[in-house]
Design a protein around this ligand. Structure first.
Ligand SMILES: Cc1cc2nc3c(=O)[nH]c(=O)nc-3n(C[C@H](O)[C@H](O)[C@H](O)COP(=O)(O)OP(=O)(O)OC[C@H]3O[C@@H](n4cnc5c(N)ncnc54)[C@H](O)[C@@H]3O)c2cc1C
Ligand code: FES
Length: 512
């Protein structure tokens, strides 16, 4: 996830190139590093050309004002400073000085990135911030507080046994064995020390006392808070059938879960995956990469049809068929024993590994027990503040008023959780910034990836432009309700995905 091993392409920008057009980007290099040259009006910018998330080429992205958006998962970088303005990228890209001389443009020396100016201790800035959680939203909030110059105490109380990790990768490259294990933590341990973030692992919180402004930890200790962010995420729904707690039955949420699954996969021949959700199917693909025979059991007749529509659902099924996965659809698991899984259809499937992926439930107990308003999630306003002033919630637990759909929604997307963590952090510093990011998620199965922009809880029409089958994967799918465009999914059309995001943002801005 760094700008290192990419072969250099394009011209040597340090030696000078001809002027580029307004709104254009040019991929080149300078002193051995890939550099993106971009022009906006009369201004020229040069920043690192490789996204710090998973290494996408930013030259394939989209210029929006003085930023560039990444084609793969829509991170956003400042052309002026290289700062990562929107997750999922956390680290900045480098930035170079650009000089025009005659009719040529030269990329000169690299600019030193400025440390944020410390925030003055004015009224309204909390003395300390406590974050319950150690996942996407929690980490993004802590990092944002420091980026904004907050110098008060930051404590993260996480039930996890490991540092904040790249959760989406746990069912993909990490499980398949294609991503290096060391790439998984979002930040190294030294990051938390250097930024004075007191990250406490194995520190589950048992109760929240709003009147005393205290958290009660499971280990019996108490922790007083000033400003508080709840980012407890979600946990897998447990399957309540005989045998579901046997040792070879796995769920997947944490790094520890994924490690246990990898260890078991190494000695397994046959797996049954219960559930054809994103996680279930990503797990199926990753286990196939390890040559484990995979059977998928699910009640629906077309996987993912409810979210992505019948065309994509049927394609995904065909894709898995092609990779040797056997589906048992329209049925459910009745019981599990050491030999395998018995289905309600009466069929017995042999298995030495069972993975259950039947959805998640938001962990709202702390908020609920403390009397915060709950409605299938923790209810927050447009500033991500809960019904108790000064207590914010972000990520999988938060149900917020989404302008685009006009509904209060709760989503389980990585990028949304990170962006909410950022907004909540700024609002804890008194910014009053509305959360208006357009929801975004992606899934990857084998060599197939799809990105989804917007949110269509329900849709009555799906239009596909392009082709999606085993030979050609190149399409845009639009989901509408009552004629209104609510979401867009793209396959191999990254720019269209970015343009859809910008179009939704404009629609939201017009509602202001
Ligand atoms: C395997 C997997 C793959 C995924 N792939 C994708 C993907 O491809 N694309 C996508 O958009 N999304 C994906 N997701 C979903 C995405 O990871 C979540 O939406 C995101 O992690 C939510 O962030 P969060 O901060 O709300 O919760 P989490 O990241 O789950 O973090 C919650 C944190 O709270 C802690 N916690 C919970 N209760 C307590 C307590 N009482 N006290 C202290 N700490 C507590 C937990 O230990 C954890 O650290 C995936 C999820 C999984 C599990
Ligand atoms: S590679 Fe750029 S956002 Fe993921």
């Amino acid at each position: 996830m760094s700008e290192t091993t990419t072969p250099l392409e394009g011209p040597d920008l340090a030696s000078g190139v001809a002027q580029i057009a307004d709104g254009a980007m040019l991929l080149g290099h300078a002193r051995g590093e890939p550099v993106l040259l971009a022009r906006r009006g009369d201004e020229l910018f040069a920043i690192g050309a490789i996204c710090t998330h998973y290494g996408a080429p930013l030259a394939d992205g989209l210029l929006v004002d003085d930023t560039v958006r990444c084609p793969w998962h829509h991170a956003c970088f400042s052309l002026r400073t290289g700062a990562a303005l929107r997750p999922p990228a956390l680290a900045p890209v480098s930035c170079w000085r650009v000089e025009q001389s005659g009719d040529k443009v030269y990329v000169r020396e690299k600019l030193v990135q400025q440390a944020p100016a410390p925030l003055p201790p004015v009224a309204g800035i909390p003395q300390s911030v406590t974050i319950v959680g150690g996942g996407a939203a929690a980490h993004a909030a802590a990092e944002t507080l420091r980026r904004e110059g907050y110098s008060g105490r930051i404590t993260m109380l996480s039930a996890d046994s490991s540092r904040p990790c790249d959760r989406p990768n746990l069912s993909k490259g990490f499980l398949a064995g294609t991503a290096p294990a060391e790439s998984n933590p979002l930040r190294p341990a030294t990051f938390y020390q250097e930024h004075a973030i007191d990250l406490r692992l194995n520190a589950p919180v048992a109760a929240l006392d709003v009147r005393a402004r205290q958290l009660h930890l499971v280990d019996g200790t108490r922790h007083a808070y000033d400003a508080l962010l709840l980012a407890t995420g979600a946990e897998p729904v447990r399957l309540d059938i005989p045998g579901a707690t046997l040792r070879h039955v796995h769920y997947l949420r944490t790094l520890a879960d994924s490690r246990a699954l990898v260890a078991k996969a190494l000695t397994s021949q046959r797996a049954v995956v219960i559930g054809a959700s994103f996680i279930g199917l990503e797990v199926a693909a990753s286990l196939r990469a390890r040559n484990v025979e995979v059977h998928v059991v699910a009640p629906e007749t077309v996987p993912m049809e409810r979210i992505l529509g019948p065309h994509v659902g049927n394609f995904i099924r065909t894709l898995h068929d092609r990779h040797g996965v056997t589906f048992h659809l329209g049925t459910t698991a009745a019981s599990i024993d050491k030999q395998g899984v018995r289905l309600n259809s009466g069929e017995d499937l042999r298995a030495d590994l069972v993975v259950i992926g039947i959805g998640v439930r938001p962990l709202v107990e702390l908020a609920q027990q403390a009397g915060l308003v709950i409605d299938r999630g923790v209810v927050v306003n447009e500033y991500l503040e809960t019904s108790v002033p000064g207590i914010f919630a972000a990520g999988d637990i938060a149900r917020w008023p989404d302008r685009l759909s006009g509904e209060c929604i709760r989503v389980e997307h990585w990028v949304v959780a990170e962006r909410q963590g950022e907004t909540a952090a700024r609002n804890m510093l008194g910014r009053r910034e509305r959360f208006e990011a357009v929801p975004f998620f992606w899934t990857e199965q084998y060599d197939f990836g799809i990105a989804y922009i917007g949110h269509a809880q329900r849709w009555d029409r799906v239009d596909m432009d392009g082709q999606l089958d085993l030979d050609v994967r190149d399409c845009t799918i639009v989901y509408r309700q009552g004629g209104r465009k609510l979401a867009v999914a793209v396959v191999h059309r990254d720019l269209e995905g970015l343009c859809a995001e910008v179009e939704f943002e404009k629609a939201i801005a017009a509602m202001a």
